[in-house]
Design a binder for this molecule. Structure first.
Ligand code: AMP
Length: 392
């Protein structure tokens, strides 16, 4: 896989896939421009070295139709504020007008295409669409790590029609860190998994058995594992159709001598709302009218003791409904334990990254991944479609 600095980009028409999928408010203003800023090292390097830069991204889920509320225009405006170079906003993704704008680009100038997902062909990885994206392009650079688990036209298909491909700075940084955790983790290697759904994370849990020394489970996911073992979990969020696989995972963990940890105590609430009646319990079953909303203090202590032994940590998913302050203690406790562990720590996923920020310990995490789904899939499969496309 080439890295962008390996290439001579002067005067070349470079297609750069970034992740400008920024949150917008109801007035269409950008609420948080972290993702745009994260792409700047690659954008600035390319422009400084004389590339004629075509930038592409998706925003939201327009499902193959033009939706002005998901236009990338605000991102073009913000990019133009962040760099001194000329930034032109394209009216479309492909077509004659875009072709003219591409040709008119001078060295050190950028053209931001419209939302690639305005075309249904993008998510279908349609080769005809990919070929149109690649028209006249000399170099394809992928810096959209957070989109690289998707086999979409602007991430994967385009690589077939461009003579030279390379990874951008952000992509390289992500892969370098994740490789450490996946291919050569310094042991003890501890994986912490939380969040709402087991089904999303089942494959990664399976892949971690045999690799990680400890797997710590929190969030609603824990209740599927507990219920699968015949324990009553009240009205906690459970995926009944995942209980069978949960039991298989528990068996596999036993057979592989992986320490698989489930919470020792729980914060229960009558409803998942601020101000709801809560109590902390250690024993199951839970009362029928209550649900688990966070790991309890004993669990935080026990998990923190394991985390303190780690040399490598991978964390994805909150330990409870951390968006509500009263149910955030468990997640914040884990964030602090990870931050002060001294281990190489990789935290992936918007919620876990938000939790680390909420705990005020972001500076002490080795790597905050910009891609939740992408980092999970990388850990499970040891590569991503977007990375394989660059390796061809
Ligand atoms: P995920 O996208 O699977 O990582 O899930 C993140 C979401 O899981 C967050 O919005 C949390 O509020 C939610 N979550 C975590 N713990 C629980 C729980 N015990 N019950 C319901 N939702 C939860």
């Amino acid at each position: 896989m080439n890295f962008v600095t390996d290439l001579d980009v002067k005067g070349k028409l470079v297609f750069l896939r970034v992740d400008f999928n920024v949150p917008l408010d109801d007035k269409g203003e950008i609420r948080d421009d972290t993702r745009i800023r994260a792409s700047l090292p690659t954008i600035v390097w390319l422009l400084d070295h004389g590339a004629r830069l075509v930038i592409a991204s998706h925003l939201g889920r327009p499902k193959g139709k033009v939706d002005p509320a998901m236009s990338l225009r605000p991102a073009a405006k913000r990019l133009a504020e962040l760099i001194p170079n000329k930034v032109v906003m394209a009216p479309d993704v492909i077509g004659d007008e875009v072709g003219r704008l591409k040709h008119a680009l001078g060295e050190g100038e950028a053209l931001l295409l419209e939302n690639v997902r305005f075309y249904k062909e993008e998510e279908k990885n349609d080769p005809k669409f990919a070929k149109k994206l690649a028209e006249d392009i000399d170099i394809f650079v992928n810096d959209a790590f957070g989109s690289s688990h998707r086999a979409h036209a602007s991430v994967v298909g385009i690589a077939d029609f461009v003579p030279v491909t390379a990874a951008g700075f952000l992509m390289k940084k992500e892969v370098d860190y994740l490789k450490k955790a996946v291919h050569t983790p310094v042991k003890p290697y501890i994986a912490i998994l939380g969040g709402a759904k087991v089904s999303d994370k089942i494959e990664i849990i399976e892949s971690l058995i045999g690799k990680a020394d400890h797997i710590l489970i929190g969030g609603a996911m824990a209740y599927t594992f507990l219920k699968a073992q015949g324990l009553g979990v009240g009205k906690s969020l459970v995926e009944d159709d995942q209980m069978e696989i949960a039991l298989i995972i528990l068996d596999k963990a036993r057979a592989n001598a992986v320490s698989f940890h489930l919470p020792l105590d729980h914060v229960l609430a009558k409803t998942a709302e601020a101000g709801a009646f809560t109590k902390i319990v250690e024993t199951l079953p839970f009362p029928d009218d209550m649900m688990g909303v966070d790991i309890g203090p004993k669990t935080v202590d026990a998990y923190a003791a394991v985390i303190a032994t780690a040399r490598t940590i991978f964390w994805n998913g909150p330990m409870g409904i951390f968006e509500i302050d009263e149910f955030a203690k468990g997640t914040i406790g884990i964030a602090k334990a990870v931050a002060y562990s001294g281990a190489v720590s990789i935290v992936g996923g918007g919620d876990s990254v938000a939790a680390v920020k909420k705990a005020g310990v972001e500076d002490r995490i080795s790597h905050l991944s910009t891609g939740g789904g992408a980092s999970l899939e990388y850990v499970a499969y040891e590569t991503l479609p977007g990375i394989t496309a660059l390796e061809k």
